[in-house]
Design a protein. Sequence first.
Length: 269
Amino acid sequence: MAVKKVNEIGFKPLQQVFLTIEDHIAVMTLHNPPVNAVSGVMQEEILRVCDYINHNDEIWVCVMHSDLKTFCVGVDIKRFYQSIEDRDVTNTQELYYDGAQALYDLRVPLICAVHGHCLGGGLCYPAGADISIAVKGTLFGAPEARLSVVGGSGHLARILPPQIQRDMCYCGSSITAEELHEKYGGVTMVVDSLEELMPAAMEKARELCKRGPLVLRYLKACMNEQEDFQMHRKNELEVTYTRYMARHSDFREGVSAFLEKREPQYKGI
């Protein structure tokens, strides 16, 4: 089957999330230079691409990756700060979670191929995937608390034990792909180099395709329903508690300090 490049969906061109299809495998490429901060455009295009995949019977498996130096560093902080100024934090966060939820709910298996840094909201993508493959040395991090932001914990629960997850969220710390794989099974496979990443992901995708599309779709739906993580409810809770946090001056201070590259001065108000 020839490679099909999808340049537009719904008569709108794709600018930051590219899509190709070959041999029943869709490859979704994140591309927002320099580091794949999740912009409003990327969030909206993830939703459109997921909807396209869900309505295309020729797609049996999806691989998500980045063609930049890092996988994804989470929500664009400058855009997030502007949402604070505009008093639009809830809508901005809801749009992000809509994209993360759409990936989790994708009707075909999702394989995330991760390298470089996978931080904050970007960590929700492989944490919500069916299978994740990472390059040795890749950093998975949850820095939200360092910015006085509530978020990410619902998806982290899929890849880390509760107390490790809480420690990571409270401290805003990171973990390597090797530790995540070897200690906690939060990454399916680790490869030694970036050159090995996509070949490994595509090999896994081709292996899944051998099972045929119907059993993959029904298994995915069945396993998502069996999971006790209640992703919709968890996302709603994180939006709610971010709304609570947004009432306080510490919320603005945390994001401002990050943008100004200084230590935040929290007052508990």
